[in-house]
Design a protein. Structure first.
Length: 460
C-alpha cells in the first residue's frame, strides 16, 4: 500500500491513522445508508401490507361472485398516481391472469407478478410476500402480495398492492450524500486530531533530539532531565553515556601524556650523547633518534586528535586564531615581506580543541608562507550547518597535479633544499581525517598552490 519504512514516525502514524479512519468511515457510511434504506423499505412494506389486508378483509363473495371492497384511498383513484392495487383469482404463470378488480390508478395497465414470485405465492399461501416490479410508465414499484382463499369462492385469490418506490430511493440517496459529507468532515477532524495528538505527544522527543544535537555541536555539555516519566530514564542514561565517554577520553589523554614523557626523555638523552660523540655512528644515531622523535610526535598527535574528535562540547572560535596566526607568520617571514590576507566570519566556530585547529591552520599557512613569493590568502567560511572550509592560497611556484597526492604522504619533501621534515601536510591530512574532515590540493588563482581543508563546524 505505502512504503512507510523511510518515512518519519509522525508521517507513519498519521498515514496509518488516516488509512484506518478512511476504512472505518467508508464501512460506516455504507452500513448506515444500507440500514436507512432497509428501515425505509420496511416502513413502506408495512403500509402496503395494511392495504393488502384491507383488500382481503373487505372482499366478499355473493353467489360465487367476488366483490372488492370500497376503499377511500384517493391516490388509488387517480391515474398513474403511484399507488395501485389489483385482485386476481389466479397467480401469474398458472394459466394466465383473471383480473377480478383493480384500482382506477392503473388506468390501462396491469400489475404483472414475476413468475418466481407467483411460485412463492403458491407455495406459501396466507403469507404476505414483498418484491420489486415494473409498473405503469416503467416506474419502479414496491409490491406486497397475499394468496388466500375466501369462503364460497372456488379458486385461490391474490391480493396485490404496489406503490412507486422512487421517493424511498431518493430519500436513501439523499441520506447517503448527507452521511458521506458528515463522515468526510468527521474524518478530516479525526485526522487533524491525530496530527495534533501525535505532534503534541512527540514534542518531548523533538526536544530531546535538539538537545542531543546541541551537545554534539558543542553548545551544551549534557541533557536536561526534565522530561516526562517515559523519557526521563533515557535522558539520564544518555547523560551517563556522555560522562563515561568523557572519562574515557580523559584517561586516554593521561596515557598519551605519560607515553610522550616516557619516550621523549630517552630520545633526548640519545640525541645529546650522539651530539657529544662525533663520528659516523653518532650521526646515524642522531638521525634515527630525530626520526623516532618525529614519529612519536606524529602518532601521539594523531592519537590525541582521534580521542578528542569523539568528545563533544568543544567549540573553538576561528577568527581569533586566524588573526594570531597571520600576525605571527608575518613576523616569521618578514625578511620575505610576506603579506597574509585572511578573512573569516566572526561567528564561525571549529568543533574541536583550540590547539588542534592551531596546528591544522598553522601548518597550512606556514607552508604557504614558506613557498610563496610574498602573498598568502586564507579564507574560512561555513560551507554547511555542520561543516566549515578553510582555503589557503599562495603565489609561489605551486605543484604539478601529479604530485598533489604525494605532497600529503608522510615524510615527502617537495624540495630538499627547503628546511623541514616533510611532515607538515601529512600531519594536517591525518589530523583532519581524525576529525572526519579532509584535505585537498589544487591550483591557486594566485598562481601557486591551493590547500582546502574541510572540518567539522560548531554552530554558535
Amino acid at each position: 500500500m505505502w512504503d512507510l519504512s523511510k518515512r518519519s514516525l509522525v508521517r507513519r502514524l498519521v498515514l496509518l491513522a488516516a488509512a484506518w479512519n478512511l476504512v472505518v468511515l467508508v464501512l460506516a457510511g455504507v452500513f448506515l445508508t444500507a440500514q436507512f434504506r432497509d428501515a425505509a423499505i420496511r416502513r413502506f412494506d408495512q403500509s402496503l401490507a395494511v392495504l393488502t389486508d384491507d383488500l382481503y378483509a373487505g372482499s366478499t363473495v355473493d353467489d360465487g361472485v367476488l366483490k372488492a371492497p370500497v376503499l377511500t384511498d384517493i391516490r388509488a383513484t387517480r391515474a398513474y398516481s403511484g399507488r395501485y392495487w389489483t385482485i386476481f383469482d389466479q397467480p401469474a404463470g398458472a394459466g394466465g391472469l383473471n383480473v377480478i378488480e383493480r384500482s382506477r390508478s392503473l388506468f390501462d395497465s396491469d400489475l404483472m407478478i414475476p413468475v418466481e414470485q407467483s411460485e412463492r405465492l403458491m407455495s406459501e399461501p396466507g403469507k404476505t410476500l414483498y418484491f420489486d416490479l415494473k409498473g405503469p410508465q416503467n416506474r419502479p414499484l414496491r409490491a406486497a402480495a397475499l394468496l388466500a382463499r375466501l369462503p364460497g369462492y372456488p379458486r385461490p385469490v391474490v391480493f396485490i398492492a404496489a406503490e412507486d418506490r422512487s421517493p424511498i430511493d431518493a430519500d436513501a440517496d439523499r441520506f447517503g450524500r448527507i452521511t458521506t459529507l458528515a463522515l468526510v468532515i468527521l474524518g478530516v477532524g479525526l485526522i487533524a486530531a491525530v496530527v495534533v495528538q501525535v505532534r503534541v505527544g512527540l514534542v518531548p522527543l523533538f526536544r530531546l533530539r535538539r538537545e542531543v544535537a546541541a551537545v554534539r555541536r558543542g553548545r551544551a555539555e549534557k541533557l536536561d532531565v526534565d522530561y516526562p516519566e517515559e523519557l526521563a530514564p533515557l535522558a539520564v542514561e544518555l547523560n551517563a553515556l556522555l560522562s563515561h565517554n568523557q572519562e574515557v577520553v580523559e584517561r586516554q589523554r593521561t596515557h598519551v601524556g605519560n607515553l610522550a614523557h616516557a619516550l621523549k626523555t630517552p630520545l633526548s638523552v640519545m640525541l645529546t650523547e650522539a651530539g657529544q660523540q662525533p663520528g659516523a655512528l653518532a650521526e646515524v644515531v642522531a638521525r634515527q633518534a630525530q626520526t623516532m622523535r618525529e614519529q612519536v610526535d606524529h602518532h601521539l598527535r594523531r592519537a590525541r586528535a582521534a580521542a578528542r574528535s569523539q568528545t563533544s562540547g568543544e567549540r573553538t572560535p576561528v577568527e581569533p586564531i586566524m588573526d594570531e596566526l597571520a600576525v605571527t607568520l608575518e613576523r616569521i617571514f618578514q625578511d620575505k615581506g610576506v603579506e597574509i590576507d585572511w578573512r573569516c566570519p566572526e561567528d564561525l566556530c571549529f568543533q574541536g580543541e583550540r590547539q588542534d585547529f592551531m596546528e591544522l591552520a598553522g601548518n597550512v599557512m606556514e607552508n604557504a608562507g614558506k613557498w610563496c613569493k610574498g602573498k598568502v590568502r586564507a579564507e574560512a567560511v561555513a560551507s554547511s550547518p555542520e561543516r566549515m572550509t578553510l582555503t589557503v592560497d599562495d603565489d609561489g611556484p605551486g605543484l604539478p597535479p601529479d604530485r598533489w597526492i604525494d605532497a600529503l604522504k608522510r615524510g615527502q619533501r617537495m624540495d630538499e633544499h627547503t628546511p623541514g621534515s616533510g611532515l607538515g601536510l601529512s600531519i594536517v591530512d591525518e589530523l583532519a581525517r581524525a576529525y572526519g574532515g579532509s584535505v585537498t590540493l589544487g591550483a591557486s588563482p594566485l598562481g601557486g598552490l591551493r590547500v582546502t581543508l574541510v572540518l567539522p563546524r560548531s554552530e554558535g
